[in-house]
Design a binder for this molecule. Structure first.
Ligand SMILES: NC(=O)c1ccc[n+]([C@@H]2O[C@H](COP(=O)([O-])OP(=O)(O)OC[C@H]3O[C@@H](n4cnc5c(N)ncnc54)[C@H](OP(=O)(O)O)[C@@H]3O)[C@@H](O)[C@H]2O)c1
Length: 163
């Protein structure tokens, strides 16, 4: 897949820390749906196009201190999947990136003791995934976390409840 030749847009907007829950859903999820609706007719005209959504591991295993954020990311996860099925026979591919904790302004408050993936490593894995048409991209620790969650869901839930 040659990204330079394709039309792609990336959505997903910030930590939403301190925002009212409804606003968080608006920014993180509803804006995404609206953008998709607006861009889709243009993307459908392209020879090859991609929608790249950014969700989070927290959309799959939520934690107690950010219910709005977790819910918005769970919604992005389901939306991306359903949209992918729907556009299967179209030129538009639908990707979902499920990042682990990445070292960005959003995670500054977590401090240096929390291990974070570098944005550069994340980008490398994402581009590799895009090239291989891997529609759900699980960079860094997400891969193992999802695997553990699949086989030991009670364990991951216990861990998430503590966070
Ligand atoms: N960092 C992580 O550990 C992590 C983990 C999982 C998922 N994610 C997801 O990855 C995506 C990017 O996050 P990041 O880590 O790169 O965070 P970031 O460095 O804090 O960047 C957040 C981005 O969202 C934009 N934004 C913030 N509030 C907004 C608002 N009210 N309306 C519109 N745009 C807004 C910011 O725009 P301005 O620069 O103009 O303010 C910025 O471009 C997000 O969807 C996040 O949920 C991040």
């Amino acid at each position: 897949m040659q990204l330079r030749k394709n039309t792609a847009f990336i959505t997903g907007g910030g930590s939403g820390i301190g925002l009212a829950l409804a606003k968080e859903i608006d920014i993180n999820f509803r804006a995404n749906v609206r953008l998709t609706k607006l861009f889709l007719p243009i993307l459908m005209e392209a020879h090859e196009a991609a929608i790249i959504n950014v969700s989070s591991f927290l959309g799959i295993v939520p934690k107690k201190d950010s219910p709005g954020y977790c819910a918005s990311k769970a919604a992005i996860h389901a939306f991306s999947k359903a949209l992918r099925y729907r556009l299967e026979d179209s030129p538009v591919k639908v990707f979902e990136i499920i990042p682990p904790i990445v070292d960005t302004p959003m995670t500054k408050r977590l401090g240096p003791s929390v291990p974070k993936m570098s944005p550069e490593s994340l980008a490398k894995e994402v581009f590799l995934g895009l090239k291989k048409d891997k529609y759900e991209i699980h960079p860094g620790k997400t891969k193992n976390a999802l695997l553990i969650n699949r086989f030991f869901p009670a364990y991951t839930e216990r861990m998430a409840k503590k966070r």
